[in-house]
Write a protein that binds this ligand. Structure first.
Ligand SMILES: [Zn+2]
Length: 274
């Protein structure tokens, strides 16, 4: 059995037996990979925290000819984001990134750019990029690297140059102009601010986006709704972690409304609503 070695992010684990689990990795050299980690469910496992979501490790694994499932031989932590992921929302966002990688990639299909994306966003978040801006960055690049981000410059309906605002429509996933949107139901508006954020994400690292258009909260929210439609349209389902994040935010809002220091949010100050 040959032993292979690569850098790997843990995406998630599945219990296999009382002591063992299957770990889903995204690796630099082999893409997405499933590997059995013997004894890893025991309290004193030799793998320590290497399988926590989006921990990066140096992974060695055995491979058997003709078998998809490999076996972990060693896994040494290279970079842990443990202290960044302590809040429920941060942990759920990391699980969301992991699920996006799982859903948008195929087993054993290596794409080093996706590997680098995980590192760039997690580094950014650990240096102060907000979870919302980090999530928009991850979504846009996941769509782009999977080849499913619609064309940005021309309308998918009439082919004319798109202005600062546009609408996204499902089936087929396209950005369309104001004139073309009439015949489409279920479209989502991307404001000029949201469009600027999208194009900045494609040109700059996460921290620069955070200090640039990432400051525009309305734009971040607009792009969130558009990305959600693009991702759902592409995968044909809502992700498990997205539903969980929705519930977390809903519970957070209920808590803050009940609190003694309720803050009224001013309306209609940004001109981004439509
Ligand atoms: Zn058009």
């Amino acid at each position: 059995m040959p032993v292979r070695q690569t850098s790997a992010y843990a995406l998630r684990t599945y219990a296999l037996s009382e002591a063992d689990q299957i770990v889903l990795f995204y690796t630099l050299d082999f893409g997405r990979l499933r590997s059995v980690a013997k004894g890893s469910r025991r309290i004193k496992s030799r793998f320590g925290s290497a399988f926590q979501t989006l921990t990066r490790s140096s992974l060695s694994f055995f491979e058997r000819e003709g078998q998809e499932l490999t076996r972990v031989s060693a896994c040494e932590v290279e970079q842990s984001y443990y202290d960044v992921l302590l809040t429920p929302e941060a942990a759920a966002t990391a699980a969301y990134f992991a699920e996006l990688v799982q859903e948008f990639t195929a087993e054993r299909d290596s794409n080093p750019a996706i590997f680098r994306l995980i590192g760039a966003v997690m580094e950014g978040v650990s240096e102060g990029v907000s979870l919302e801006v980090g999530a928009r960055y991850f979504e846009v690049w996941m769509l782009r690297l999977s080849g499913v981000l619609p064309r940005l410059s021309e309308c998918g309906g009439c082919g004319r140059q798109l202005s600062a605002e546009r609408w996204v429509v499902p089936e087929p996933l396209e950005f369309i102009c104001r004139q073309c949107r009439g015949g489409h139901s279920g479209s989502r508006w991307l404001s000029p601010g949201g469009t600027a954020l999208l194009s900045e994400i494609l040109r700059k690292p996460p921290m620069e986006v955070m200090h640039g258009t990432g400051q525009n909260r309305q734009a971040v929210q607009r792009l969130a709704a558009v990305n959600r439609l693009l991702i759902r349209g592409q995968l044909d389902k809502e992700l498990r972690t997205v539903r969980y994040l929705d519930r977390l935010r809903h519970a957070g809002r209920r808590r803050s409304l009940r609190g003694p220091h309720r803050v009224e949010i001013p309306h209609g100050t940004s001109g981004e609503t439509q």
